[in-house]
Ligand binder design. Structure first.
Ligand SMILES: Cc1cc2nc3c(=O)[nH]c(=O)nc-3n(C[C@H](O)[C@H](O)[C@H](O)COP(=O)(O)OP(=O)(O)OC[C@H]3O[C@@H](n4cnc5c(N)ncnc54)[C@H](O)[C@@H]3O)c2cc1C
Length: 459
């Protein structure tokens, strides 16, 4: 669809804050989404630098019923940030200042375009950190993380992004600016609107400032890697660790194919075997590690390596950290078509790992499986030849089967990437029609003209 967006030139924006250039618009027609989104160019890209800019754009677009899709770093995997109905791409990456850092309160106020790595650098100067960062935090932004309710390797101990958002400034579809939440650590004052905007994928309002809670850097960190000969043993050890109440800060699984793919990118020579990568934080690590190693030992690992010092810890993590990039480069003839992020109750984890293996065999598709196992998250990646329609169909059928099994096990089709375009049909499978209807009523109340990121979440 195409919209007349020339009204943008009449708004109080400087000429370098918008572009109608074809090439520039094309940059916003895709994100990391690998599902078949009807990727389309926006009619204009607008670069706000302030809340007032966002408010002026939304008020004018709302009056004319022109779609507005916020776009941050574009690292979403379900086409969440793609303006599938055209209109305005609202690029948040120039709206990127740290407004106020209050180490005494362990809080920071940031604009939405601040990149995770920059936030991390700033708060680490005061011995603080933001523990819910996704693996993409080197390039993804605070606004995108909040809008997708991202989470990461430390979620098993510290929770997801949602758990660290105290207050948000949001511009509604009609241009009105509201502040939701509180700088107080807890509040029972009315509806929890902060939580409503977190994870709403830019469909309910545009976030223009966030107050984030911060954690103190752990006194000590122990990282470790246990290599198993059998995948079921590794998966069982993970579930047992969680059920035993071991206070792990991370607990990740990599299957043999994932190790192989990672080796091909990093040049390391890890055995292509299942492995569990973990981290423990704080004081009293020795006692906690004692309990953890007992569990790992019961599942007969081939070897366990651990490290306290930073350089060695980094080496232990390298294979896991580089999977995202390794997958993109693994097979020049194929593209990453699906990056699943299903999440199940921990009791079903080992069964889901087994099921992915079964699907891989029956569909004759190599499917590397890995993930933030401690919180029940299982990533699976499927590569496909983009010109081979039969293969593409098979890939999506296989992924659909994994998601159906996840839902049957009481899990969710997306633990962290959001619904976007790619998972819309699975949301319908996961929740009752009454839930969709309730979500849609909220959407209509906040965005009656449906201008905010249309075509996402709901089919
Ligand atoms: C290699 C790789 C690794 C990844 N690892 C993880 C991981 O470990 N955990 C995880 O959760 N995800 C992960 N992701 C997915 C993705 O990086 C995250 O969801 C990330 O938080 C998205 O941030 P972004 O800045 O790229 O946002 P974008 O992709 O640009 O946008 C995300 C969504 O937020 C909306 N949006 C953006 N800014 C605003 C705003 N200011 N107000 C309202 N809505 C807004 C957009 O419209 C879109 O719907 C990974 C992706 C890649 C490519």
């Amino acid at each position: 669809m195409s919209y007349d967006c020339t009204f943008i030139t009449d708004l109080p924006l400087s000429p370098d804050q918008y572009s109608f250039a074809t090439e520039e618009r094309a940059e916003f027609a895709t994100d990391y989404g690998t599902t078949p989104a009807d990727a389309s160019r926006p009619d204009v890209v607008v670069y706000p630098r302030s809340t007032e800019d966002v408010s002026a754009v939304l008020a004018a677009a709302n009056d004319r019923e022109v779609p507005v899709t916020p776009y941050a770093a574009g690292s979403s995997t379900e086409s969440n940030a793609v303006p599938v109905e055209g209109g305005i791409s609202l690029s948040m990456n120039r709206f990127d200042s740290i407004r106020d850092f209050r180490p005494d309160d362990m809080q920071i106020d940031v604009e939405p375009g601040v990149v995770g790595a920059d936030l991390e650098d700033r708060v680490s100067e005061e011995g603080l950190y933001f523990p819910a960062f996704p693996q993409s935090a080197q390039f993804s932004t605070v606004g995108g993380m909040i809008a997708n309710d991202a989470s990461g390797i430390r979620t098993v101990k510290y929770g997801e992004v949602r758990d660290w958002v105290l207050e948000l400034e949001v511009v509604r579809a009609d241009g009105v600016v509201i502040e939701v939440g509180s700088k107080a650590k807890k509040s029972s004052a009315g509806y929890n609107l902060t939580d409503l905007f977190v994870g709403s994928e830019g469909t309910l309002g545009v976030i223009t400032r966030a107050t984030l809670d911060l954690a103190v850097e752990p006194a000590e960190t122990l990282a470790g890697r246990a290599i198993f000969s059998d995948l079921a043993d590794a998966a069982d050890a993970i579930a047992e660790t969680i059920r035993a109440g071991i206070d792990v800060a991370t607990l990740e699984l990599m299957d043999p194919l994932t190790a192989e793919i990672s080796n091909s990118y990093t040049g390391s020579d890890l055995p292509a075997k299942p492995m569990v990568v973990f981290e423990l934080h704080g004081r009293g690590i020795d006692a906690e590690y004692g309990a953890l190693s007992e569990i790992l030992d019961r599942h007969e690992p081939e070897r366990i390596e651990t490290a306290f010092d930073e350089e060695r810890r980094d080496t232990l993590w390298q294979a896991r950290r580089e999977i995202g990039k390794a997958l993109l480069e693994y097979d020049p003839a194929r593209e990453l078509e699906v990056v699943g992020d299903v999440t199940v109750p921990i009791g079903a984890y080992a069964e889901m790992v087994r099921f992915v293996g079964e699907i891989s065999e029956s569909f004759d598709l190599p499917i590397p499986a890995f993930g933030h196992a401690g919180d029940g998250n299982l990533h699976y990646a499927i590569l496909a030849d983009p010109d081979d329609n039969a293969e593409l169909e098979r890939v999506h059928e296989a992924s659909g089967r994994i998601i159906e099994e996840t839902i049957a096990n009481g899990g969710t089709c997306t633990g962290e990437h959001g619904i976007g375009v790619g998972k819309r049909k699975y949301l319908r499978q996961e929740v009752d029609p009454g839930v969709i209807e309730t979500m849609q009523s909220i959407k209509s109340a906040l965005d009656p003209n449906g201008i905010l990121n249309p075509g996402k979440i709901f089919e």
